[in-house]
Design a protein around this ligand. Structure first.
Ligand SMILES: Cc1ncc(COP(=O)(O)O)c(C=O)c1O
Length: 402
């Protein structure tokens, strides 16, 4: 582990000014138990060996890095590469932390895993972990996302999870987190709330980052082996920020590598039309931690929109707020149209159908390639787009009008 990762966050879970744990009193002992259990297992040779075994023989890691030669040629300028988390079992990076959280739950003697989900990828990954470890699983999902991501709802049910539809407020990711917290309070003795990203009260932002760190470690080694050098630019989409933190953490101490987080600009920069929290948000609290938040005129989390359900969150992981403040990571945006164009382009020219979330990182690479001749751009292709094909083709056809 690098020096940055060892010292960040501090013992109270703060990344500079952001993070911490603001918990309702009934949850305090449960989070203390989680912190202590994580501190124990993260230093346990047995835990590390079992996780490595699972990653290799069950998840199919390491996932490869692919050189996107056709897209590079099409865009002109920089050479574009992708870390293929779409090839991780269940089709996204989410399984990296879910299998580890399943192991943690087993160590703690829990019998149930529960979480929120937006695009359904975290829900599928957690349901998979629950099936593997022989546990119950409860997934909260907004009604809008249930309609949009129907294949993932079917997958979760096949895997044995109970899917709880969330019908209040914006019926999306933020409300799914609210609903899951409510349900968790009543069953925290027997369940682990395996939060779906680098968000939530300490220790989740740190723990999920550390479980995703494998992505950055592998990608750095693979890129060096492939090209003999480090990439000039590394980019990932940012919802809560777990795939981005996994990737960035591998390069965080390499000052020569520029890091880019790509937020969803939705349909416009007007409040309510996007979910670009770092670009437009202000300091605030959400779901038990301090970070940047998009708020309405009453100071409440604002409604958000993006074509990618997994990026539809009015907050962001506290470490991203910190890395934005320190300037180590550059945050930028891609809108729905750019993401859709990238979705079609990667499918048509590389034979890889990306998740709509990941398509935001592809859009960044396509836009920036022309501005960076002779450079290399490595993106995290966080997931595959099978879950999105019905919604995309029914709504936008095959991309002729974009
Ligand atoms: C494929 C994929 N990428 C990215 C995300 C966004 O999450 P995060 O920002 O935590 O990586 C999601 C969320 O569902 C996802 O399914």
């Amino acid at each position: 582990m690098t020096s940055y990762l060892k010292t960040t966050p501090n013992a109270d879970g703060f990344f500079g000014d952001y993070g911490g744990a603001m918990l309702p009193p009934p949850l305090e002992p449960h989070f203390k138990e989680i912190r202590e259990a994580y501190a124990t297992i993260s230093k346990s040779a047995d835990f590390i060996a079992e996780l490595r075994q699972i990653r290799k023989n069950y998840q199919g890691r390491p996932t490869p890095v692919s050189y996107l030669k056709n897209l590079s040629k099409l865009c002109g300028g920089a050479q574009i590469y992708a870390k293929r988390e779409d090839l991780n079992h269940t089709g996204a990076h989410k399984l990296n932390h879910c299998m580890a959280e399943g192991l943690l739950a087993k160590f703690m003697g829990k019998t149930k895993l529960m979480a929120e989900t937006g695009a359904g990828q975290h829900g599928v990954a957690l349901a998979t972990a629950a099936a593997y470890f022989g546990m119950e699983c409860e997934i909260h999902m907004g009604e809008i996302d249930i309609a949009k991501e129907a294949p993932n709802v079917t997958r979760m049910k096949l895997l044995g999870a109970k899917v709880v539809p969330v019908s209040f407020g914006g019926r999306s990711l933020k409300e799914a987190v609210d609903s899951c917290f409510q349900s968790y309070i009543a069953q925290a003795d027997t369940a682990l709330f395996a939060i779906g990203s680098v968000v939530g009260p300490h220790p989740f932002p740190m723990m999920v980052r550390n479980f995703q760190h494998v992505v950055g470690i592998e990608a750095r080694d693979q890129f060096l082996e492939m090209t003999g050098d480090l990439p000039d630019m590394v980019a990932a989409c940012v919802g809560g920020g777990s795939n981005a933190m996994g990737m960035f953490s591998g390069f965080i101490d390499d000052a020569c590598v520029s890091l880019y987080g790509v937020e969803p600009l939705g349909t416009s920069s007007n409040l309510g039309d996007h979910a670009a929290t770092i670009s437009f948000g202000a300091d605030g609290d959400i779901h038990g931690f301090r970070t940047l938040v998009l708020t309405d005129e009453n100071g409440e989390p604002a409604p958000v929109h993006t074509v990618a359900s997994g990026l539809d969150y009015p907050g962001v992981g506290p470490e991203h707020a910190h890395l934005h403040k320190t300037g180590r990571v550059n945050y930028t945006t891609a809108d729905d149209k750019e993401a859709l164009k990238a979705f079609y382009a990667l499918s048509r020219h590389e034979g890889i159908i990306p998740a709509l979330e990941s398509a935001h990182a592809v859009a960044f690479a396509m836009r920036e390639a022309g501005n960076n001749p002779g450079k290399s751009i490595l993106i995290n292709l966080s997931g595959r787009g099978d879950k999105d094909i019905d919604y995309v083709t029914e709504t936008y056809g095959f991309g002729e009008d974009l």
